[in-house]
Design a protein around this ligand. Structure first.
Ligand code: SF4
Length: 280
């Protein structure tokens, strides 16, 4: 399929200038270049502006409850691990409500690609502070300023044992596309955090803010070095973009004897035809 063929035909209703447009285009470009057909992809979405992604992609999809993308993605992957499973959710969805699921999905190392659109705010509900909002920042839910420390999602995933950690920026589409491609190719759980300006409710973290701080990681960087990854993740003055950490570790599906060689679908345990399942 060409990138344009991944358009579902529905017109996105994100605000003009929203970083989600670039993420949408990067996903379509990555899938096209990897030559994966829409019929072999399931896109799981959380709740939030990022969650609308599944409406605009010609793939299978599942719109979950808030923070519950990982249980659904896990179920789908364990049922038919031949599918490419993509997850799109926001920082509130993944690092807030879904944090418990996120950590345990990382431990399992299922072959899932998780795109966390980090805009530092709850955009869909018009601008409340999220787990990644900086301390002191005033928002609708924190009129006197945030009093909690912000969460560093990449630090959490490195500590939890992630095998692929990357950071992209919606203001650098080609680079983001290459990161998404690498995440999908990686055999294991890929955590890709995408810096995504919310131009309507997250004005403190706009394109100008990022353009002054982001830089691409050098080509000779070794992503297999834990200590170096930790340094990049904890860096405060500048923001590194690229593949920060990547190691090999067996996936959960490779270690489960029940599905290692044949999916539950191929074994006939789970029926392809949902109507047949409902009748049985
Ligand atoms: Fe994008 Fe923010 Fe508008 Fe949501 S509210 S569509 S995140 S700009």
């Amino acid at each position: 399929m060409k990138a344009v063929e991944f358009n579902s035909g529905k017109t996105p209703n994100w605000c003009p200038g929203c970083g989600n447009f670039a993420i949408w285009n990067a996903i379509k470009g990555a899938l096209a270049e990897l030559e994966i057909s829409g019929k072999d992809i399931v896109n799981i979405s959380g709740i939030g502006c990022s969650g609308k992604m599944l409406n605009y992609l010609r793939t299978y999809g599942f719109h979950t409850l808030h923070g519950r993308t990982m249980p659904v993605a896990t179920g789908i992957k364990l049922t038919n691990h031949k599918l490419t499973v993509l997850v799109n959710g926001g920082d509130g969805d993944g690092y807030g409500m879904g944090m418990g699921h996120f950590i345990h999905a990382i431990r399992r190392n299922l072959n899932i690609t998780y795109l966390i659109h980090n805009n530092h705010v709850y955009g869909l509900t018009t601008g409340q502070a999220s787990p990644t909002t900086d301390k002191g920042l005033k928002s609708k839910s924190t009129p006197h300023g945030v009093i909690d420390e912000p969460l560093n999602g990449l630090f959490v995933s490195l500590s939890a044992g992630a095998t692929f950690i990357a950071r992209g920026y919606s203001g650098d589409l080609e680079h983001l596309k290459s990161i998404i491609k690498a995440g999908i190719i990686h055999n294991g759980f890929s955590h890709i955090e995408i810096l995504q300006p919310c131009v309507t409710f997250g004005k403190h973290y706009g394109y100008e803010y990022y353009d002054e701080r982001v830089y691409r990681i050098a080509d000779d960087y070794n992503p297999g070095n834990f200590e170096e990854a930790l340094k990049l993740i904890r860096k405060k003055d500048k923001i590194a973009l690229g593949i920060i950490y990547r190691i090999d570790r067996p996936t959960q599906e490779e270690q489960l004897p029940q599905i290692k060689d044949k999916t539950l679908i191929d074994q006939g345990i789970v029926k392809r035809d949902i109507s047949a399942m409902l009748k049985s």
